[in-house]
Design a protein around this ligand. Structure first.
Ligand SMILES: Cc1cc2nc3c(=O)[nH]c(=O)nc-3n(C[C@H](O)[C@H](O)[C@H](O)COP(=O)(O)O)c2cc1C
Length: 353
């Protein structure tokens, strides 16, 4: 008998609108919660602590109004990126507790430092993990549940097969599990629950929505793209990530090669050689060396999905990555390679803990 999440009966579908940097703004989160889907957002999407507090206050007001009207309202869910300035993370945790968040998703780093304060505030913690080892460590640290990041996820991706990963974790953990990566629709969501998950976390599916912060041209590109337009590479951030091939081309860069599942025969080093010194039209300045990394490693083989306009409605959108602009603009270091990456050390095995 698995432990259940306390808010499942308030959801219209067992889904989280996944946290996405520069995509999940307040309008998307609000619309998701009102539609009965958990609305998650990286705290960094609010431009300041004041704005972050304002978002949470608005979401609480909307939840109260829904309660009064007798309608359901799904929880909102901040996403804490752990590998950042600890003082900033602490300040965000304080605000999260003050605004009585029901749950938080932690990613890119161990949740250990924030779990005591969040638990004291009555907030559940779901830790984003990409390996069995990190799942075990997150549980040891006190996480209430896990988001299993698997192959095909948009943005920084996992690599494990979802069937194998969910079953491997279910063998030792009966708490809440969320599957993330390549969930395009309700059928896939249902499959995730049959597999043993409580929820599915869907990201790319929400990028081309009216409420998302993605630019109109990017939404259009995504809706017109297919599975075969996805490339997986470490060349941009040092971590394996899924990108839309046309977004790379639009930025004036050459993805190279003919392979559909990577960056081409030359791999990431060839990609960097091609890009070095070129101007990034999205940013109007030369492509940054740090954005390309010094040694990107070989290209991955993500089973990422795609989107097509079907009867004018964007259909499946699995695993389509963020724009190159997002990848190379890293004022907060979230998307940039860490120093180890600049030294050419692969971060893949440990980037989630
Ligand atoms: C554009 C983009 C930005 C993302 N930013 C974040 C982030 O800031 N924090 C995080 O934990 N996950 C982030 N993710 C991962 C999503 O939360 C989620 O795991 C992923 O989108 C699921 O795969 P899917 O896109 O195939 O549905 C991002 C994904 C995308 C596509």
């Amino acid at each position: 008998m698995t432990q259940r999440l306390p808010f499942l009966d308030r959801l219209a579908v067992p889904a989280i609108a996944a946290p996405m940097l520069r995509v999940s703004g307040i309008e998307l989160v609000s619309a998701a919660c009102r539609a009965g889907v958990v609305g998650a957002f990286p705290t960094a999407n609010a431009e300041s602590l004041e704005a972050f507090a304002g978002w949470m206050a608005r979401l609480n007001d909307e939840a109260a109004a829904a309660r009064e009207a007798g309608t359901a309202h799904a929880p909102w869910c901040p996403n804490l990126i752990m590998r950042r300035d600890p003082a900033r993370v602490r300040a965000e945790v304080e605000l999260i507790v003050r605004h009585r968040a029901e749950l938080v998703i932690t990613s890119v780093g161990s949740p250990a430092a924030v779990i005591p304060a969040l638990h004291d505030g009555g907030c559940l913690v779901l830790a984003d993990v990409a390996s069995v080892h990190h799942a075990e460590r997150a549980i040891e640290a006190g996480a209430d549940g896990l988001v299993l990041l698997t192959a095909g996820a948009g943005g920084h991706t996992g690599w494990a097969n979802p069937f194998a990963f969910v079953r491997a974790v279910r063998a030792f953990f009966d708490g809440p599990l969320v599957l993330a990566g390549g969930l395009p629709d309700g059928v896939a969501l249902r499959a995730a629950t049959v597999l043993g998950c409580d929820l599915g976390s869907m990201g790319t599916r929400f990028i081309a929505t009216e409420q998302s912060l993605a630019s109109a041209p990017y939404k259009k590109m995504l809706a017109a793209s297919s599975l075969d337009d996805v490339m997986t590479t470490r060349a941009f951030t040092g971590l394996p990530a899924n990108f839309l091939r046309p977004s790379v081309v639009n930025a004036g860069l050459d993805p190279g090669g003919t392979r559909r599942d990577g960056v081409g025969a030359g791999g990431a080093p060839a990609l960097r050689r091609r890009f070095r010194g070129r101007r990034d039209p999205a940013l109007g300045r030369p492509v940054e060396r740090r954005a390309l990394g010094r040694r990107g490693g070989r290209a991955g083989h993500g089973r990422a999905g795609g989107a097509r306009a079907a009867r004018g409605i964007p259909r499946v959108c699995i695993g389509l990555g963020f724009s190159l602009k997002g990848a190379s603009e890293t004022p907060d270091g979230l998307r940039g390679p860490r120093p180890e990456a600049r030294r050419g050390v692969s971060l893949a095995p440990d980037f989630l803990q």
